[in-house]
Design a protein around this ligand. Structure first.
Ligand code: ARG
Length: 603
């Protein structure tokens, strides 16, 4: 079915045509003066010059043709030539009822589905996930889900940092502590132990120690760099140790991402493209793109239009090892060869923008990326503390993601108990309350992040994120919980029964022509759902999903406060109300799914 604005524009276009004007002038938009009208069309203004007429005259002629319009209950020509429009209630109702019967509530499959790789998460092996990895994970997961909902084929890749300096640091630190291990004996030819010589908590201590040493100890740092080189060039013992690091760390990362409801299709990393690098580098040299500069192999990527002087892209470092640029270049090549995407979208901290500019330009120039493949970088802003500086733990460290989540869960649990008390409800069991806190905390965290534009910094504020009123995740979930409670009661559930609503039992109901402003507002929201999905996808903007859900929640709550739903005596009216909030609930479910969290049955 046509998107709502297209559907009402179609009526307007017909009117322009009938009045003897170009039909394309009949584009209808949401009014920017909601006090005057719901929708407007400015086509008469745009056409005035072409037809050598006063805009108001054109507008009047078009308005005349709309007298019996199905879509508009009134179309008024106002000076200097606008058409102010009011939507016909029956038209809206018919539209919404048909829309909500469709599989994706009116979201149509795209003309041509795109194949999209989303590179997000970007965790580094051997390092615990910290607050800096939160945003790429949350934003990437949401963009992936939005793109899928919009009908595209999407492959999410975590692109682990598993081949650079941290690996050299961990290997070197272990070598200093346990030099007797077989991994460090260059003459050893036997098999290496199958059990790792460390646990995840050892690793969590080893990496920071090693990375700290590198800052003060030049000798140690040199050893680490050498270890990176040796690992990348296939030293057996280091590779065996590296496999242990991978096993231990990736298991932990999977658990952590799982706790965030973030799931990757590919668990690839920088190391996976190591074997492609020599040929890639040779070809870059042979094609004349790469040259030696200060001992390193580089590709010049400057362009005439650059306002700032850009450094070259370093393909091989002067010590012969590969860096972040090298692995990203080879990964583009791999993705082209193995996946053949239309788009590759990268989501990382916006401070990495230069790296991606260089890598993208180099990949284009050297023909690693095919001409038609769009390479796109989305840089996310920082999560700040109340002081406006990057969020830190009390002792000044980088906060671990696990602890951050735990704090929000604790706060959510308290809120659940506070609410039960103030509403005089029977408290949930400890187990149920904890489960609810877990679900709602994730919603608080993700919504708190996603409701901000990705590129902007924001302040991490547990109090604000967990509040049950305002533009928050819990507010959306409370609204859903309220709807579910009404639907359950409608279906005859007993007090305290929080089992899932039997949506099937409500299938036969449809919305009635709205009998209040609030009911009509909800319907207008519903009608805009497909457009919202399209915009959120094309603008890579999960915050558009948030603001849509927030608007819908406000309208649902106003409706709830002004309408007797369950006590309505007219059965037909009551059924219509139920259908309306049922439809809102369906869109909430679809929306939070796109944001990457879920709702408890009751809260
Ligand atoms: N591991 C990197 C980091 O922690 C992020 C990886 C992002 N993706 C990429 N293809 N470079 O900064």
């Amino acid at each position: 079915m046509k998107k709502f604005l297209d559907a009402i524009s179609e009526e307007m276009k017909k009117a322009f045509e009938e009045a003897g004007y170009d039909r394309e002038l009949g584009r209808v938009n949401i009014s920017n003066r909601p006090d005057l009208c719901e929708y407007q069309c400015n086509g008469a203004m745009a056409g005035a010059k072409k037809y050598g007429k006063k805009p108001i005259d054109i507008a009047n002629e078009v308005a005349e043709k709309l007298k019996d319009s199905k879509a508009f209950s009134s179309a008024e020509a106002v000076m200097p030539g606008f058409l102010n429009l009011k939507l016909d209630d029956a038209f809206l109702t018919e539209y919404v009822n048909a829309q909500m019967k469709e599989e994706k509530y009116g979201v149509e499959a795209p003309e041509k589905a795109q194949k999209i790789v989303i590179d997000y998460g970007g965790a580094n092996v051997a390092k615990p996930l910290h607050v800096g990895h939160l945003r790429p994970a949350i934003i990437g997961e949401s963009i992936k889900r939005i793109a899928r909902y919009a009908g595209h084929e999407v492959i999410g890749d975590v692109h682990l940092g598993d081949w650079g300096m941290p690996m050299g640091q961990v290997i070197t630190e272990i070598a200093e502590r346990q030099p007797e291990l077989a991994y460090f004996d260059e003459n050893y030819e036997g098999d290496y132990p199958t059990e790792p010589p460390f646990t995840i908590s050892d690793l969590e201590e080893i990496y920071p120690t090693a990375s700290g040493k590198c800052k003060t100890d030049e000798e140690f740092k040199k050893k680490c760099l050498k270890a990176v080189y040796d690992l990348q060039h296939g030293r057996r013992g280091y590779l065996a140790l590296w496999h242990h690091i991978m096993d231990v760390s990736v298991k932990d990362l999977k658990r952590n991402y799982g706790n965030l409801d973030v799931y990757f299709d590919l668990w690839m990393g920088e190391s996976d493209v190591n074997d492609m690098i020599p040929d890639m580098v040779e070809k870059m040299k042979a094609d004349g793109y790469a040259h030696i500069s200060e001992g390193a192999l580089v590709v010049d990527v400057r362009e005439d239009s650059d306002k700032k002087e850009l450094p070259p892209c370093i393909v091989v470092k002067s010590d012969g090892s590969f860096n972040y640029d090298t692995t990203d270049l080879a990964t583009i090549l791999w993705r082209e060869n193995e996946i053949g995407p239309d788009h590759i979208i990268y989501i990382t901290d916006k401070r990495q923008e230069l790296h991606f500019t260089l890598a993208f330009r180099c990949a284009r120039k050297c023909g690693l990326a095919k001409e038609g493949t769009v390479l796109e970088f989305i840089g996310n802003g920082t999560i700040n503390g109340a002081d406006g500086h990057p969020f830190k733990t009390r002792d000044g460290g980088v906060p671990r993601l696990e602890y951050l989540i735990r704090d929000i869960e604790e706060r959510m649990l308290k809120r659940i108990r506070e609410n039960e008390e103030s509403r005089g409800e029977t408290p949930l069991s400890e187990e149920e309350a904890r489960a609810t806190a877990k679900i709602t905390a994730l919603a608080a965290l993700k919504y708190g992040d996603l409701s901000n534009q990705a590129a902007k910094d924001y302040i991490f504020d547990v109090e604000k994120f967990t509040a049950s009123e305002g533009d928050t995740g819990p507010y959306i979930l409370y609204t859903m919980s309220r709807i579910k409670s009404i639907l359950r009661k409608y279906l005859g559930a007993a007090e305290g029964d929080y089992s899932p609503v039997n949506m099937k039992a409500l299938e036969g109901l449809s919305c009635n022509v709205p009998d209040s402003v609030h009911a009509k507002e909800i319907m207008k929201d519903i009608a805009m759902f497909p457009q919202m999905v399209e915009d959120a996808f094309s603008e890579r903007a999960p915050h558009k999903v948030c603001s849509y859900l927030f608007g819908l929640a406000n309208d649902v709550n106003s409706f709830y406060h002004d309408t007797r739903i369950l006590t309505e005596e007219d059965a037909d009216k009551k059924n219509g109300y139920i259908a309306l909030i049922r439809d809102a609930l369906k869109l909430f479910e679809a929306g939070i799914e796109m944001l990457g969290f879920s709702a408890p049955e009751h809260m």
